[in-house]
Design a protein around this ligand. Structure first.
Ligand code: BG6
Length: 451
């Protein structure tokens, strides 16, 4: 069987900065087959040599260009011309070919390309060896997401569709299920009996960079909460799956999100300087920060607040999940005169990959104060070489046909429903210059030390 990776939008950043390095690494590790062919598809008129030259200039991560050059071809086409798809289909072949078709293109191009792929005979509905992959944003709201999905379903089976939420490819996001279910200690205490709160954080140091044309229309809720943070919440809140099969896991994730609802008491922020970023509307009200509280009305998590925080220009890049455990009545009674800190489990997603468990011990020596001690596990330190990038894992799973780390339609639909319940008019927009401003605002508005 031949293997083709066909990438539309090959002259874009995603290709240069993420996909080519990931493909190169998978080839090096011999995880992709020797006969892998890469077809870089774009509309620009250029030779393969010109294309590779540009790719080398733009790539920021390591790529073995010699290996890539052996397998890559450049295919120029007009995405509105069905004959070009037919030519492409002929080039790739109709039988005994695994086709992975990656749409690394802006959302408005998904529809014409999906149609062309189908009408040009590149993909047959129902053939699971012909797979189509695309990236968020999955629509601009619930309605448009539904329309895109209906369109996709008219050409392809759900089993052929791979929707990327790149957070799911991150090592420590993948590790959540192992930490939860492979450790008796956590499995037993994973509920409102022991958990006081869950905080999901995705802070970024960068501002909007060159993406204002996209970002200014969506803002932090649609860009980050609808996708990455909801996925994090689902993995933390889901019930025990009956197996580790993709659909058993995704069933439980969807169920958890269905039970989630946001308080109408949240904070929207905009960083100082956002309005002068190139491409941002003069009086834009787009939020670059969101802080909100949700509850998940399941027996397991009833009454436990899930805090969501995401924002740009917050001084540092940090994605993590903090599970704060309750102080037990018994402990409080026994150590009545002592301050007992809450146990915390911190799942560190980026920039570090690891887990920290904060527990209490006696101070060393002759004293007997209670002290907070930290069991700090560095996941990245144990890896041989660098940990794989999210895209590496996702491309490998795509090749193997493993769908657990891709979002199913009902996950996306449910997440859209939930974020559309956030009535932005009720949020009080504030300007921030630093993370300290955000912390102060959150702790003051919610009247407790949450951050
Ligand atoms: C993307 C968002 O999905 O995730 C970006 O569109 C955001 O706005 C990015 O910067 C964050 O991803 P990561 O992997 O850098 O944490």
């Amino acid at each position: 069987m031949k293997t083709y990776l066909i990438i539309f939008g090959s002259t874009g950043n995603l290709m240069y900065k993420k996909l080519l390095p990931a493909i190169s690494s998978l080839i090096k590790k011999k995880l992709f087959p020797d006969d892998l062919h890469i077809l870089a598809v774009a509309r620009r008129d250029c030779t393969l040599e010109d294309y590779l030259e540009e790719a080398k200039e733009q790539a920021t991560a390591e790529v073995d260009w010699e290996e890539i050059s052996k397998r890559i071809d450049y295919f120029k086409m007009d995405i509105n011309n069905v004959e070009h798809y037919q030519e492409l289909a002929k080039k790739v072949g109709y039988k005994d070919t695994l086709k992975m078709i990656y749409l690394a293109v802006p959302p408005k191009l998904i529809s014409p390309i999906a149609k062309g792929i189908y009408e040009g005979g590149l993909v047959k509905k129902g053939n699971i060896d012909e797979r189509i992959v695309f990236e968020k944003p999955f629509g601009e709201d619930l309605q448009s997401a539904k329309e895109i999905n209906q369109m996709l379903w008219s050409y392809f089976d759900e089993k052929q569709i791979y929707r990327i939420d790149h957070y799911l490819g991150k090592e420590m996001i993948q590790n959540i299920l192992t930490v939860r279910f492979a450790n008796r200690l956590f499995q037993e205490s994973w509920s409102n009996h022991a958990i006081e709160s869950v905080t999901l954080i995705a802070k970024e140091s960068e501002g909007v960079l060159s993406r204002a044309a996209y970002y200014d229309k969506v803002g932090a809720i649609k860009d980050m909460v609808q996708s990455h943070l909801m996925q994090m919440a689902a993995l933390i809140a889901m019930e025990d799956p009956i197996s580790l099969n993709a659909n058993d896991i995704r069933d439980q994730k969807v169920d958890a999100i269905k039970h989630l609802s946001f308080d109408q008491n949240y904070i929207l922020g905009q960083y100082d300087g956002y309005l002068s970023a190139e491409g941002v509307e003069k009086n834009s009200h787009t939020e670059t920060l969101f802080f909100g509280r949700a509850f998940i009305q399941t027996k397991r998590f009833e009454g436990v607040p899930f805090y969501f925080l995401t924002g740009k220009k917050l001084g540092e890049k940090c994605s993590e999940i903090i599970i704060k455990f309750k102080r037990g009545d018994y402990q409080d009674k026994l150590f009545a005169s002592k301050e007992i800190p809450n146990n915390k489990l911190i799942i560190k997603i980026a920039p570090e990959d690891g887990i920290e468990f904060q527990m209490n011990t006696k101070s060393p020596g002759l004293d007997s104060f209670i002290e907070k001690a930290s069991l700090d596990y560095c996941h990245a330190c144990r890896a041989v070489g660098n940990l794989p990038e999210a895209y590496e894992k996702l491309l490998l799973d795509l090749y193997k046909g493993q769908t657990t780390l891709f979002a199913r339609w009902d996950e996306i639909e449910t997440a859209w429903k939930k974020v559309s319940e956030i009535d932005k008019k009720k949020g009080n927009m504030f300007n921030y210059q630093s993370y300290q401003d955000v912390k102060d605002k959150v702790n003051q508005d919610f009247k407790e030390d949450i951050l």
